[in-house]
Design a protein around this ligand. Structure first.
Ligand SMILES: NC(=O)c1ccc[n+]([C@@H]2O[C@H](COP(=O)([O-])OP(=O)(O)OC[C@H]3O[C@@H](n4cnc5c(N)ncnc54)[C@H](OP(=O)(O)O)[C@@H]3O)[C@@H](O)[C@H]2O)c1
Length: 227
């Protein structure tokens, strides 16, 4: 397949590498060539099976608008833009485009989300808290993944209020800890990414999956059907 990767940063570069390793052809576009989504014209987009975005929240929204308006298929790994999610879904459906997004493209974290739902349902009277640790250059806090975990628990246990503690240190790719505590005991679910590779592999597999499709999906809905 032929993929267009947006962003030459830490994750975008790795996504391009993983896509090549999986036998795909890849073009990577950085900020200079694609300011205000300038590179995402209809003729350019028509040549790609899917676009994969790992940029910034502002750029991702501009990129999505351009891709979806031209009926392209886009996988969005960038976080921090979800106040625009409904508008993007509406545009996607109106234009017969395809959008697949996630705060975390690691299959392990998707499993963590499922386990978090089960844990919250099993011990609804417990106090829940989340601690997330990431590298010092991460721009958003709390992480999008921690916010997803919080939403899952609060949705499963009506009335629960889940606190998030964010730590920024060194080169940590990402650690998420969900704790459920009572007077008597404590349960923990913990995911640690050893590198960014899990995100990159998940995003490339998502791009393979979305090629030729139309519609909108959260990665949670599809990760178990990936090749
Ligand atoms: N969902 C997940 O699984 C997951 C995993 C890891 C990270 N993320 C998210 O992905 C995003 C990127 O993370 P990162 O660690 O890779 O950040 P990063 O290293 O700072 O890379 C961001 C890159 O985006 C590029 N960029 C900015 N505007 C652009 C535009 N209009 N067109 C194309 N490229 C543009 C920048 O310039 P150049 O390309 O010119 O250098 C920069 O290198 C963040 O929101 C992060 O939270 C999500």
């Amino acid at each position: 397949m032929l993929f267009l990767v947006l962003g030459r940063g830490k994750t975008g570069s790795l996504v391009a590498q993983v896509a090549s390793e999986r036998g795909h052809s890849v073009r990577v576009v950085g900020e200079e060539e694609n300011r205000n989504a300038a590179a995402l014209t209809a003729p350019v987009l028509a040549g790609f099976d899917a676009v994969i975005d790992f940029t910034t929240p502002e750029a991702a929204v501009q990129n999505m608008r351009a891709c979806l308006a031209n009926a392209a298929r886009v996988v969005v790994g960038t976080t921090g833009w979800y106040q625009h999610l409904q508008a993007m879904k509406d545009l996607c459906l109106r234009k017969d485009a395809a959008l697949l997004y996630s705060t975390n493209f690691s299959v392990g974290v998707q499993a963590l989300f499922r386990l978090a739902r089960d844990l919250a349902a099993a011990v609804p009277g417990y106090r829940f808290s989340i601690t997330e640790t990431h590298h010092a250059t991460k721009v958003d806090a709390p992480s999008g993944t921690a916010l997803s975990l919080k939403k899952i628990v609060e949705h499963t246990v009506p009335g629960a209020v889940v606190e998030i503690v964010s730590k920024r240190e060194g080169e940590v790719p990402g650690i998420h800890l969900l704790e459920a505590r009572s007077e008597n005991d404590c349960l923990e679910l913990r995911h640690e990414a050893f590198s960014r590779r899990g995100f990159a592999e998940g995003a490339v597999r998502a791009a393979e999956w979305i090629a030729g499709k139309t519609g909108c999906w959260d990665f949670q809905e599809v990760f178990q059907s990936l090749a």
